[in-house]
Write a protein that binds this ligand. Structure first.
Ligand code: 13P
Length: 246
């Protein structure tokens, strides 16, 4: 399957930074198809601007979160229909930063993913263990509970992407050993196959300190079907380096 490389800009970039970044990526992409789909997830307020710039390019647009409800009295909320309307095709849900900082539960994440699917958005559902979980040898049971609790009924390989992001690898420069990544991705694949008719076709991304130096190796691991990139998605050189490392 064609890999997906997604840039999660998190709470970074003003309009000028974001547009310079995306213009640079479009230039690179115009000269070469790196053999993967490329997705950018800028902050909400830049979606219109970035969406306009990438409109004629193959680069895809996504958001970093959505509300579970479609509209109403939810001050500050951004709904899935709004994201669709703004030109998004994807939305990240259940990122570990949102789980930790906003107390998001598996059930809430599944509601957000459901809202995404009902509004023609592909959800990128994130799972991942903390260092405490890993040290206690609970990694597989933790990601299993998160996956089964966070992916809603009606999910399929067309409307859902899974992202495995070990919390301790995010922004730390640390990555699991290849064999550890493989073990988790194999487990997630088995769960998807057991629970969804097209479970063998879901893309499972790896995220956590991915960079242009380690991406080639990580992306060649079985059942790793792309990357969810934070810090290294903020410069053209680093992000393009990951896209072309397959
Ligand atoms: P880093 O690539 O900065 O470790 O972040 C990963 C991540 O959280 C992407 O969603």
């Amino acid at each position: 399957m064609r890999p997906l490389i997604a840039g999660n800009w998190k709470m970074n970039t003003l309009r000028a930074d974001g547009s310079a970044l995306v213009v640079g990526l479009i230039e690179q992409r115009a000269g070469e198809d790196p053999g993967c789909d490329i997705l950018l997830c800028p902050p909400f307020v830049s979606l219109g601007l970035i969406g306009d710039i990438i409109a004629e390019s193959p680069i895809l647009l996504g958001a970093q979160d959505c509300h579970k409800e479609e509209s109403g009295a939810y001050t500050g909320g951004i709904s899935a229909p709004m994201l669709s309307d703004a030109g998004c095709g994807f939305v990240i849900v259940g990122h570990s930063e949102r789980r930790a900082q906003y107390n998001e539960t598996d059930f809430l994440v599944s509601e957000k993913a459901r809202a995404a699917h009902e509004n023609a958005l592909v959800s990128i559902v994130c799972v991942g263990e903390t260092l405490v979980d890993r040290d206690a040898d609970n990694t597989l049971s933790v990601v299993e509970e998160q996956l089964l609790g966070s992916v809603p009924k009606g999910a399929n390989a067309k409307n859902t992407v899974i992202a495995y992001e070990p919390v301790w690898a995010i922004g730390t420069g640390k990555t699991p050993k290849n064999i550890q990544i493989r073990e988790v991705h194999d487990h997630l694949r088995m769960l998807l196959e057991n629970n969804f008719a097209d479970g063998n076709e879901f893309r499972i991304l790896y995220g956590g300190s991915m960079n242009s130096a380690n991406a080639g190796e990580i992306l060649s691991i079985k059942n790793v079907n792309g990357g969810l990139v934070g810090g290294a998605s903020l410069t053209v050189k680093d992000f393009w380096g990951i896209c072309t490392s397959l």
